[in-house]
Ligand binder design. Sequence first.
Ligand SMILES: [Zn+2]
Length: 341
Amino acid sequence: MQDQIDKILTQAMEKIKQVENSKLLDEIRVQFLGKKGELTSLLKNLGSLSAELRPKMGALVNEAKQKVEAEIEKMKQIIIAEEMKMKFSTERIDVTLPGRVPKRGYKHPLRIVQDEIEEIFLGMGFEIAEGPEIDTDYHNFKALNFGDDHPARDEQDTLYIDDNLLMRTHTSPVQVRTMQQKHPDPIRVICPGRVFRRDTIDATHSPQFHQVEGLIVDKGVRFSDLIGVLKLFAQKMFGQDREIRLRPSFFPFTEPSAEVDVSCMMCGGQGCSFCGKTGWLEILGSGAVHPNVLKMSGYDPEIYTGYAFGMGVERIALLKYRINDIRLLFENDVRFLHQFK
Ligand SMILES: [Zn+2]
């Protein structure tokens, strides 16, 4: 039996020396030391030996087992070190390579302009109010003093969902909702958002565009307050030297009403091709809130006065960036949009 032990031991030592990875090493451990391993089996066979030989052989087998175990452990450390070294070299990161630069998005010119408009009015103490893009006939027309037979209610101009619901044609219904909510508290809000008309798209029209409307309701506010607000807006948006002028106009929800022009930023008011030789560019509509509109939303027109104004974000963007076709703002051609990075 001693020969057998020596033979197995030599064989095991030889195999361990040649092993190349931890998986194979484990297989060797099982082969010799496992439950059915070669050395383990020898221990089980001790019973067949004489009582005299049994302890001697048992000691020899155990000694051989310990030798194999020690050798396996020694080899294991070597293999782990090797494997770690391999892992580090294959997974090494070359820090000298330039990184992949992610493509960053940037704001659309309409968003840039709308943000700028909002900033200017927030700076003057206005709050921002928003409302639904689909609204009732009442909020969009009736509460704003549009008579039942007003031409703006024509199906040719407005996108109706049903008899009562429509795609809002301006952001003024948000002013109505704000008045209904806040009365009798004073109001100073702007209402930015998308609006919809039944227009065919061309260089100056789009069935969808953006407005920012403003509303001031308080005791003792005057038309000169409105003019001051609008002049400051024009100067912040188009330059410190800009002047504004008001021309009489008509809107159902304001009385009196005025179109507001800004002095041309290209020629400074001298007259050029950009301003059609007039020196002025129209930027918005405004007026004193009609007493009927105040009354319908809960304000007593004998005590409160209101001023409103409204502008198209597209129009401001076209003027500011000297763009000659509104379609460029909706076509999402990256060659165009890239210029606003
Ligand atoms: Zn001009």
